[in-house]
Design a protein around this ligand. Sequence first.
Ligand SMILES: *Cc1c(COP(=O)(O)O)cnc(C)c1O
Length: 372
Amino acid sequence: MVDLQSQYANIQDQIDSKIADVLKSAAYINGPEVHSFQKELENYLGVKHVIPCANGTDALQIAMMGLGLKPGDEVITADFTFAATVEVIALLQLTPVLVDVDPVDFNISIEAIKKAITPKTKAIVPVHLFGKVANLEAIMEIAKEHNLFVIEDNAQAIGATYTFKDGSKKKAGTIGQLASTSFFPSKNLGCYGDGGAIFTNDDDLAHNIRGIVNHGMYVRYHHDVVGVNSRLDSIQAAVLNVKLPHLDTYNKARQAAARKYNVAFAHEKNIITPVICENCDCHVFHQYTLRVLNTDRDALVNFLNENSIPCGVYYPIPLHSQKAYADKRYDEANFPVTNQLVKEVISLPMHTELDDDQIDFITSKVIEFINK
Ligand SMILES: *Cc1c(COP(=O)(O)O)cnc(C)c1O
């Protein structure tokens, strides 16, 4: 699905020497590499504060802790996403409110958010799924009207740009009060282990969160709040310092691969391809995900695997149907889109090193099966 070896081979000299420098410096935790990565990412995103942490799941949890949400507060998020998003809501004893998604871009449905708001609602967590930024303008309007926080789960869309109706642009992850991201190796900006970060433009939230990631300490050995221990280590930061300058090129390579896939599938009536906006970077293709109609999706997965083509089903089960998150409040009638998508979606190989021959082979096999 992801060719991290070829990507590493292209930047190996820089990576190896940066890692060797960290090893010699012995500044393994909170060293200068971490500090410089934080500054570089703040500049790249145009956001006031980046707070590095241990992984993207921690980033989400810490963001919610930073807002001071209380048990029983309701947090609205998408039914069709990776479990991390809902997991941390539940862990903090907040009440997850899962809602349906949009059939075109798979992101949280604006109508469904509106219907789910109650007096207990405190926050909305849009996930920029597969690298496509959610409809943030509408989400921010709803949030403002109801006095809610917005936490962007930006684990899949780092480097994407959102364009507002007035033409102004901002990077994904800089629009809500808070955002979280992950530097898991296969993410668009991945390190060589675990890593994550929280972003905010709010000085007070940034201060809260810097304490929370460090055992609730604002002054050494004075624990003012209950915190966690969540750090990005210097070796991972060194890797990210080498890779950040390549992020736009990497995302362009993903977009180019998506465009080639779309061209190959353009005449297939039983394949719904993702929408690609021209002259716009609202989608950075963390995944390239099709909907296949009138097709046995699982048989297609097997067929591709038999032909040595990796593929994935993200995600096969709606969160509201997962044992851990099932709740009698949920009514199946409220999840028509997610219930459909879990049967139709298939994600094809997507990474920065895909070449034309690979794309031709993959698309020809998909088309062969679809028309069988
Ligand atoms: C990867 C991912 C996370 C979690 O990140 P980790 O670094 O693996 O903890 C959270 N949300 C989404 C949408 C993700 O894709």
